[in-house]
Structures are given as structure tokens and as C-alpha cells.
Design a protein around this ligand. Structure first.
Ligand SMILES: [Zn+2]
Length: 245
């Protein structure tokens, strides 16, 4: 049986049959892939504890007929801090959901893998709403649809305001904004933070402070933009809204 190695992060998992799981992995070498972990829901499994959501690990996989099979796991960082805090966990699911909805399967994207590791690190130690927003905005850029921050995406006029159009593709002018029913005024603080995050490095994000109100608007702007690109709702966004209530 052919085996291969991959470095990856567990972004999701689903039960399969009596004791197996299917894992959604994002790997440095192969991008997004799904793999089967056999018998990991049994208490005797050697692998079970190593396949928690958001674990970063080196995997040994065997080619399978329908799905490849995880045979060995060497954990690099289990990101325990994300699973012990409900708020951080909610935003970590948003990061996973953004990746699963927007990145096509089986396409290598090494810069996105680097971005994901940096995002998970920020999520553990800094404002998780800001960290998840930064990840989303930079992900859009890596995938070729970075939001427009200084020119209206529709007519090209310079824009400095806070009118955000998920459909048109970023900050837009008042006239064009009317064409998008989901256009919204973000307010000065959230608009400023968004413009900053589109181009910020992970180190710069760690120094950014925003109010809770602006952070919520920032997240909503990123979610609406992602949903317009994916053309479907992000499940994690609904979970976050429920958490906030
Ligand atoms: Zn315009």
C-alpha cells in the first residue's frame, strides 16, 4: 500500500460507521484533503487524542480506495488553548469554516497553510474576533479576491468612507452601494480596522486593539464577504451569533 507524509491541521471531523472518523485536513503539501481515521472512537485507539480539532501534526497516510487512511500522527502543537475557551473555540470554527468553504479541495496553497498556523496562534493569545477577521481578509487576498479598500470596485472612484459591499467586493461609493442589498455602514472604527487588517502582518495584528462593538462589525463584514464569494451561509457564523446571545 502506497504511503505518503503530510504536515497539516485538523479542520473538522465527522463520525463514520461504528468507530471511524472522516477528517478534514488542511495540509502544507496538498492543500485541503479528507482522510479516514480508523477505529479512533474506541477508547483503546492510539490515535484518538492526537486528532482533536485544530491540532497541527505530521501525518502518515496510506492511499485508500475512496479515502486515504491516517496511519501515524506526530503532534506539533495541539492548540489546547482553543478548545478550553468557548469564545476562542467559536472563532476557531469560523477560521476552519472559511477555509473549508473557500479553498478548493486538492489544490496546494502553501501560503494559506502558513496563514492558517499564524491565525491559530493569534487566536490563542489575542482578541479572537480580530484574529479570525485578519485570517479571513488575508485568505481572500491569497485566493485572488482581496477586498478593495481605497477604490470603489464597481466604478473605480476613490473611497475613504465606511460603506461596505460584500457583493461588489469591498468598500464602495454611495451610488454603487445601492446596488447591493447587503451593503452596510461599518462605522469609522471597524472600517479603519478592516483597512489595516487587509494588509497587516501577524505581528501587527497582535498590537491592534478594537472595541467589542467594532470587532463584532468587523467579523460580520468578513462573514458577509465570504458568504458572497462562497454563495452559501457559513455555519460557524451562526454558531458565533448564538454564543454572543
Ligand atoms: Zn462606485
Amino acid at each position: 500500500m502506497a504511503v505518503y507524509k503530510a504536515e497539516g491541521v485538523v479542520l473538522g471531523r465527522h463520525s463514520l460507521g461504528e468507530a471511524d472518523r472522516v477528517l478534514d485536513l488542511f495540509t502544507r503539501e496538498f492543500g485541503r484533503l479528507r482522510a479516514k481515521a480508523k477505529a479512533v472512537r474506541r477508547t483503546t485507539s492510539r490515535l484518538a487524542g492526537k486528532l482533536e480539532p485544530f491540532s497541527h501534526a505530521h501525518f502518515l497516510l496510506a492511499r485508500g480506495r475512496a479515502l486515504d487512511v491516517v496511519t501515524q500522527v506526530e503532534v506539533v502543537d495541539s492548540h489546547t488553548g482553543l478548545r478550553e475557551d468557548l469564545n476562542r473555540l467559536g472563532y476557531a470554527w469560523l477560521v476552519a469554516d472559511l477555509t473549508l468553504q473557500l479553498v478548493p479541495e486538492a489544490e496546494p496553497h502553501p501560503p494559506v497553510f502558513g496563514l492558517l498556523l499564524a491565525g491559530l496562534e493569534l487566536l490563542q493569545h489575542h482578541d479572537p474576533a480580530v484574529a479570525a477577521s485578519w485570517y479571513g481578509l488575508r485568505l481572500f487576498g491569497e485566493l485572488g479576491y482581496r477586498p478593495s479598500h481605497d477604490r470603489c470596485p464597481s466604478c473605480g472612484a476613490p473611497v475613504r468612507g465606511d460603506l461596505w459591499s460584500p457583493l461588489l467586493g469591498g468598500f464602495c461609493c454611495a451610488r454603487c452601494g445601492e446596488g447591493d442589498l447587503r451593503h452596510v455602514r461599518l462605522g469609522g472604527e471597524a472600517a479603519g480596522a478592516l483597512r489595516f487588517l487587509v494588509q497587516a502582518s501577524a505581528e501587527e495584528v497582535a498590537r491592534l486593539r478594537v472595541s467589542g462593538r467594532a470587532a463584532a462589525r468587523l467579523v460580520a463584514a468578513v462573514v458577509s464577504y465570504a458568504e458572497a464569494r462562497a454563495d452559501r451561509p457559513l455555519r460557524a457564523a451562526r454558531v458565533l451569533q448564538a454564543l454572543e446571545r
